[in-house]
Every structure is written in structure tokens, then in C-alpha cells.
Design a protein. Structure first.
Length: 179
């Protein structure tokens, strides 16, 4: 059984769910790498100083390079403006106990607890589908006057061989805790 990141549902806004996520540890690779998934998969398969295999968890988190999105609601850009792909480390790991990567492209980071607005959908992944869901998420938040922080990111929960109608995909963005 694959561990899935836990969260606390706070409220619903139409199709959007507001959630509180705990602090998590990420193994992260810049999207400028041609094989981000492969680099991360090799890391959890033992390409680390400890030669430890790390259980796969869901979701796989990614963020495209930030781009300006024209909306009536403010969307604040991430500080890094760098796209990435990240694996969430299993809950038993801390920043100190996470294996040390041998590949310098893999960065281990702590992501603090935060409140996130999420729009869930199924289907195959495509840039057009992603853009459509981004707009839907941002429109729901603008309608509810919910302020956002940072950039939209995606959370993918299924292996590529899962039939598209059964896939769980999410687009998400951090929102203020007062929402």
C-alpha cells in the first residue's frame, strides 16, 4: 500500500476544497532537468549515501516555471520562479533522517505547514487540461474573494499505467490561513 500525504479538510468552495497540510519533507529536482522523475526515482531506489530504498508516496508534486496569470484576484509569484518536481518523503522521515542524495540535482527541503486550495480532476495529463483546471481553480477563489500565495502546483496520485478515467489529479495553490 502506498502512503498518501495526510491533510485536514477545512471547507468547500464549489468544486474547490481548502485543506491544511502538515509540515512535509520533499526530495526536489528542478524542472530544468530533462528527466526529473527518473532522477527522483533513482534517489528513492537507493541512489543516496545510505543506499536506502525509500517507499514511494503520493502525491508526486510539480510546479511549472511561474508565469503571470491575468486575473482580477491577486496571484503572488513564488520567490524562486523555478519549476520543480518533488517526491513527498514518507511520514516517518524527518529532515535529519532523510537519506542524503548522491546526485547533486536532488535537494531535500522542509515545506512548512500551510493552507492550500485544491481542485481535483481525473483524466490524462496535457498542458491544455492543466491550463483549463488552473483557470477554474483561480476563478472559484476569485469568486469567493480568497487571496492566494505563490504559484499553482500539481499533485498526481497514480502511476502512468492507470486508466485516465481512474486517475486522481489535483491543481492547487497556497491560500492565507484566514480563508
Amino acid at each position: 500500500m502506498v502512503e498518501t500525504l495526510k491533510y485536514e479538510p477545512i471547507r468547500k468552495l464549489g468544486k474547490v476544497e481548502i485543506r491544511r497540510y502538515p509540515e512535509i519533507i520533499l526530495a526536489k529536482v528542478s524542472n530544468y532537468e530533462t528527466d526529473s522523475f527518473g532522477v527522483l526515482f533513482r534517489f528513492i531506489s537507493g541512489n543516496n549515501v545510505q543506499k536506502e530504498k525509500v517507499k514511494m508516496t503520493t502525491p508526486v508534486v510539480s510546479q511549472e516555471v511561474s508565469q503571470e496569470i491575468k486575473m482580477t484576484s491577486p496571484v503572488f509569484s513564488d520567490l524562486s520562479n523555478e519549476g520543480y518536481m518533488a517526491f513527498v518523503m514518507p511520514s516517518e522521515f524527518s529532515i535529519e533522517s532523510t537519506p542524503l542524495p548522491l546526485d547533486s540535482r536532488v535537494k531535500i527541503e522542509t515545506l512548512p505547514s500551510r493552507v492550500v486550495a485544491v481542485l481535483r480532476f481525473s483524466g490524462s495529463w496535457s498542458e491544455a487540461h492543466f491550463e483549463e483546471k488552473n483557470k477554474e481553480l483561480l476563478q472559484e477563489l476569485a469568486n469567493a474573494k480568497v487571496k492566494t500565495k505563490g504559484s499553482i502546483f500539481t499533485m498526481l496520485y497514480n502511476p502512468p499505467f492507470t486508466p485516465s478515467f481512474m486517475r486522481r489529479n489535483e491543481v492547487a495553490i497556497e491560500v492565507g490561513s484566514e480563508n
